[in-house]
Write a protein that binds this ligand. Structure first.
Ligand code: GDP
Ligand code: IMO
Ligand code: MG
Length: 434
């Protein structure tokens, strides 16, 4: 029985929410392993659209458990708001959610620290989601953060919170910040929220390993995308967590020996939100057309997404660090009727043609994308249910991506709905899904 990881292979928003929701049917548990409410995973079920931020995208299925792993950072207010949103829509999330007692907690002052950092004139802004994600992970790595287990122990929480508050006061003083922070108010608010959250908090590493031992199947859901990974992404224009496949182990406590497959999700083109290098970005008419056709506006912040063409070197790189068994290409329908399509097949680095991903950010900023132009298709791909019924040029496009990236395309998605997905018969993906 296989446990698989489904994660983003580009800069996020690849359509992971849709795919995880669809595949959840075949699994017993969906576990998130990193990130926080910076994620925005859209799941469309008929006329209803849900944007899930912290809660794994399996929550809309009955009889499934969802786990928020130790690698996730949790803003308790955001969690309670999301639970309320789901309850109003007729779901019963509380009975399904397990939250790791080792997950770190976001406090309001984390957002403030981020605002100050992003506003500095002596530093290029990352263009973050302003959710306090980075500063919370900073406290985690700095070994002064507070975890769910601490929140639930009143005495310990008061003492640890006061230590953290003292630390923040010292930093504020050093930077000459005089923003009034009501630390005592925050402390009381968090203690009140703790009691609402308590029934969901447990040792999720023990839970997941126990379930796996009893033959249950776990789907690990990545947030963000590999190019936003703290180690493997376009540092420093990244998020602060391990979005790549390795993060599924550290972020849940499930060992690599229990994971049987890694599935990448990629758009048929590419987008990015926030700052940072983007070799195949189309800042002209092409990018605008993709943005409007693909409704490429952030699901969390509403920001217009930067748009560009499928980037082969990038995908080869993310396939390497994640070990993709199969790739799912989403939003193929967005390319319907666009005419000729460009595919970035290599980078020109100061006259040298390469398909390697440079580590240096400045270098990646300066690379020029080398394009191949291929014919597009006019007939709609949405509504097609058999792979062989897709327009020939669309199949050729997918075949080109397979050939150039060296990864099987196990499924294509041709619309936001669950039914608008074609898993290719005989693919490795089909076998992994079982
Ligand atoms: P995620 O963060 O990876 O889950 O992706 P987002 O939800 O942020 O963005 C993907 C957007 O594309 C959402 O609005 C989805 O409803 C939508 N979507 C997903 N797959 C497809 C597809 O195949 N075609 C179209 N047209 N839209 C899709
Ligand atoms: P999903 O899971 C796209 C980007 C932000 C910014 C950088 C750092 O929906 O794919 P952060 O707030 O995390 O410190 O911001 O990362 N970013 C995302 N971009 N999709 C996401 O999530 C993202 N989460 C963070 O725009 O550039
Ligand atoms: Mg998203």
């Amino acid at each position: 029985m296989s446990n698989i990881i489904v994660l983003g292979s580009q800069w996020g928003d690849e359509g992971k929410g849709k795919i995880v929701d669809l595949f959840a049917e075949k699994f017993d548990v969906v576990a998130r392993y990193q990130g926080g409410h910076n994620a925005g995973h859209t799941v469309q079920v008929g006329p209803q659209k849900f944007v899930l931020k912290l809660i794994p995208s399996g929550v809309l299925h009955s009889g499934k458990q969802v786990v928020i792993g130790n690698g996730v950072v949790i803003d308790p207010q955001a969690l309670l708001d999301e639970i309320e949103m789901l309850e109003k829509a007729g779901f019963d999330p509380v009975s399904k959610i397990s939250i790791s007692n080792r997950a770190h907690i976001i406090f309001p002052f984390h957002r403030l620290v981020e605002k100050v950092s992003e506003g500095r004139t002596d530093r290029v802004a990352i263009g973050t989601t302003s959710r306090g994600i980075g500063p919370c992970y900073e406290d985690k790595i700095g070994r002064r953060g507070l975890r769910m287990a601490d929140l639930l122990n009143e005495k310990l929480f008061y003492s640890l919170f006061d230590d953290l508050a003292a630390d923040k006061r010292t930093v504020a003083e050093a930077f000459g910040l005089d923003a009034a922070i009501d630390y005592e108010g925050i402390r009381e608010d968090y203690r009140n929220m703790a009691e609402k959250i308590r029934p969901m908090v447990r040792d999720t590493a023990a839970l997941l390993n126990g379930l796996i031992a009893s033959g249950k199947r776990v789907l690990f859901e990545g947030a963000q995308g590999t190019m936003l990974d703290i180690d493997h992404g376009t540092y420093p224009f990244v998020t602060s967590s391990s979005a790549a496949a390795g993060g599924a182990c550290t972020g849940t406590g499930v060992p690599p020996t229990k994971i049987n497959g890694v599935i990448g999700v990629s758009k048929a083109y590419i987008t990015r939100v926030g700052g940072g290098p983007f070799p195949s970005e189309d800042t002209g008419e092409g990018g605008n057309i993709i943005r409007e056709a693909g409704l490429e506006y952030g699901s969390v912040t509403g920001r217009p997404r930067r748009c560009g063409w499928f980037d082969v070197p990038l995908l080869r790189y993310t396939a390497m660090v994640n070990g993709f068994d199969s790739l799912i290409v989403t939003k193929l329908d967005v390319l319907d009727g666009l005419g000729d399509l460009k595919v970035c097949t290599a980078y020109n680095v100061g006259g040298v043609i390469t398909d390697e991903m440079p580590a240096g950010n400045m270098l990646l900023e300066s690379v020029e994308a080398v394009y191949e132009t291929v014919p597009g298709w006019d007939q709609p791909t949405s509504g097609v249910t058999r792979y062989d019924d897709l327009p020939k040029e669309a199949r050729d496009y997918v075949a080109l991506l397979e050939e150039k990236t060296g990864v099987e395309v196990g499924a294509v998605s041709t619309g936001p709905e669950r039914s608008e997905t074609i898993v290719r018969p005989g693919s490795r993906l089909e076998k992994l899904l079982g």
